[in-house]
Design a protein around this ligand. Structure first.
Ligand code: ZN
Length: 265
């Protein structure tokens, strides 16, 4: 009986799908293939800090097995001389401040750098005084938001690489969502991937958005970037569909590195 079990086990190993990987060099699966820098601030509103802590756990899990190298910092100013080492910079709840950080980030993006920004990473108003940032984002200043944070039905353009595994319409976890003026949809270089469905109107309880175009995920095609407006509170990573969007978006930005696609597809 023991021999039969052993034979069955060996047969299982022989026919396991892992054998399909045999043509690759031994280091293929283990080699760190790209480097990501995760930037966040602990000194902002609590809900944005909560999201950032969850996001760091989420991205850390994606890096298991050294699929990629991940550095995390609350001091972006210490990285301004070494940004080109990174395939992608993920800004969770903050953005470059001061001339040194802003110029370094601008240079990085204009030389083919990758950026994935969430929620407050794109927040800007009349005090921000950084015109380059608006043309980079492809939208105007913050205009209004729903309050309190609520789940939302979203409309999804499923014809993009990032969204082709997503449904055309789905509900995403509660968040505060920002509307911009002018809307990024007015920018010919912007490709909108997700918008709050007009069926949500009136959207909010204290602060109510009653109408209007409400894009929340987009890419400015002039840069290797994606902006996702989610990022408020502790439910940001509780939904499989939204998690899939985040993984797809991260992977898409990384895959378009000027030196080639590290995933090889
Ligand atoms: Zn918020």
């Amino acid at each position: 009986m023991k021999h039969i079990i052993l034979l069955l086990l060996l047969a299982g190993l022989w026919f396991s799908p892992a054998r399909a990987q045999q043509g690759y060099p031994a280091s293929y699966a283990g080699a760190p293939r790209f480097r990501a820098l995760i930037v966040w601030s602990p000194h902002v509103e609590e809900a944005h800090v909560q999201f950032s802590r969850d996001a760091i756990r989420f991205f850390h899990k994606l890096s298991y097995g050294e699929g990629f190298l991940m550095d995390t910092t609350t001091h972006f100013n210490q990285f301004t001389d070494s940004l080109e080492r990174y395939n992608i910079i993920v800004m969770l709840n903050t953005q470059p401040h001061g001339e040194k950080e802003r110029l370094a980030f601008q240079r990085y993006m204009e030389q083919g750098g990758g950026w994935m920004g969430f929620h407050a990473a794109a927040y800007n108003d009349k005090h921000t005084k950084w015109p380059w940032f608006n043309q980079f984002l492809g939208c105007g200043a913050f205009y209004c938001n729903n309050w309190p944070p609520q789940p939302a039905l979203v409309d999804c353009d499923t014809t993009h690489t990032i969204t082709r595994t997503l449904p055309p319409s789905f509900v995403i976890p509660e968040s505060e969502f920002y509307m911009w003026n002018p809307s990024p949809r007015k920018n010919k270089d912007v490709r909108i991937l997700l918008s709050i469905s007009p069926k949500m109107y009136p959207f909010g309880i204290k602060d109510i958005v009653r109408w209007g175009d409400f894009p929340i995920v987009w890419t400015n095609t002039r840069y290797r970037m994606i902006y996702l407006n989610m990022g408020h509170g502790d439910t940001g990573f509780t939904d499989a569909t939204q998690n899939l969007l985040f993984v797809n978006a991260f992977r898409w930005v990384v895959s378009r590195h000027p030196k080639g696609n590290p995933f090889g597809d």
